[in-house]
Design a protein around this ligand. Structure first.
Ligand code: ADP
Ligand code: GN1
Ligand code: MG
Length: 353
């Protein structure tokens, strides 16, 4: 790793390199020199084959956000002016560490929930006038839930590693919810909801907070930024807040929809985006959490059935456990849907909608 790091423009001599964070795709390291800290990552090229397109997206997005006064990541250039180096099949790139920042798996209070939502609102409004035609689809159909379902069905039918018998009940549930999978995709195709440049992986641990002030320092993890609907981001932010630090837990009783978190998140997001959300989008806000929880269930269970080819796993049933968590959450969202809808109406009416 020290040899690789020598190829980047770093300030000062390296004093330490240690593993950092707990993402499911990249391998992340905190690199410290005498002067500064950096985040370096091996990015999985089988997940992100178009490295040049991905890094170009990040360059465009960070430049655009800076020009709009929105704090964002800074890529560390290599000594020959590139944004990454190839390492075997994968690639390696770095960012300045956001100084005095901290990321949470679970937010300590509702005020920070609201702030995280404002941060995503600011991120979306900062990107609202970026030239979409220049942004590459790094993972085509990443949030096309209908296509995710088709891929899932193919894996179920093929049962390539013989695990189907371990998850019949979960498969039946996901098949029974088929009508949900077209909800957002169809509205987007029909133009009922707007297409825009979105984050696509807005888990709560992808928001850096300032350690001292508790304010949002910046939105991280920009690999999946591409065209879509903000509704998948809205739903995924809440999904990750509801699962909290339990995405890998077997304690499904803890997985409940928290209406206070929903209220704080929606209020924070709406306060930033109230003038650019249409009526159909408002109607779909609570459903977006259901759809993303189901989509992620399809992805985790599909990966389990496919022999864990995509997500990093620590033990053989890890993806099954993750799928069960998302299914439990989807069921709880269904149970609370009327309350979520009523709450949505109440909150948006505060803003004259
Ligand atoms: P992954 O795609 O694997 O989730 P991330 O880019 O989200 O990778 O990085 C993993 C973790 O590293 C984040 O959750 C965050 O805690 C930390 N991190 C990433 N980039 C930075 C940065 N520039 N400054 C501070 N912390 C960071
Ligand atoms: C992955 O890399 P990470 O952990 O931020 C995944 C997301 C999932 C998430 C579930 C590129 O995100 O789509 O929602 O796991 N990222 C990719 O925890 O597939
Ligand atoms: Mg991340």
């Amino acid at each position: 790793m020290k040899e690789l790091l020598k190829r980047f423009e770093l300030e000062g001599d390296i004093v330490s390199v240690e593993p950092y964070g707990n993402g499911h795709i990249n391998k992340t390291f905190l690199v410290k020199t005498l002067q500064k800290s950096y985040i370096f990552q091996f990015v999985n090229a089988s997940v992100f084959p178009d490295v040049a397109g991905l890094m170009n997206n990040i360059a465009l997005v960070t430049k655009h956000l800076q020009s709009r006064g929105v704090p964002t990541l800074h890529v560390v250039p290599t000594k020959d002016g590139q944004t990454y180096v190839n390492v075997g099949e994968d690639f390696f790139r770095g960012y300045d560490f956001i100084e005095n920042s901290v990321c949470y798996e679970k937010l300590p209070n509702l005020d920070m929930v609201r702030k995280a939502a404002e941060g995503f609102g600011q991120f979306h409004s900062g990107l609202s006038d970026i030239d979409v035609s220049k942004i590459v689809d790094v993972i085509p159909d990443f949030h096309n839930t209908r296509k995710r379902y088709e891929a899932f069905c193919s894996i179920v039918l093929a049962n390539p590693v013989g695990r189907l018998s371990e998850c019949k009940e979960e498969v039946d549930f996901l098949v029974s919810r088929q009508k949900d999978y077209s909800m957002l995709v169809e509205a987007l195709d029909k133009g009922e909801i707007r297409a825009s440049v979105t984050h696509n992986d807005p888990k709560i641990n992808n928001v850096a907070f300032d350690k001292k002030t508790g304010e949002v320092a910046c939105v991280l993890d920009l690999d999946t930024v591409m065209g879509g609907t903000f509704l998948y981001d809205f739903g995924d932010g809440l999904r990750s807040l509801f699962t909290g630090d339990n995405e890998d837990s077997t304690d499904l009783e803890k997985l409940v929809v928290d209406l206070d978190i929903y209220e704080a998140y929606l209020d924070g997001y709406f306060s930033m985006m109230k003038d650019s959300i249409n009526d159909k989008e408002i109607e779909l806000l609570p459903y977006s959490i259901l759809v993303i929880a189901e989509e992620l269930s399809l992805r985790f269970l599909g990966d389990f059935l496919n022999g864990d080819a995509y997500f990093h796993v620590d033990y053989p049933t890890h993806n099954l456990v993750r799928a069960r968590t998302q299914i439990a959450l989807a069921k709880d969202i269904l149970k609370h849907m009327d309350e979520l809808q009523a709450l949505t109406k109440r909150i948006v009416s505060k803003y004259g909608r």
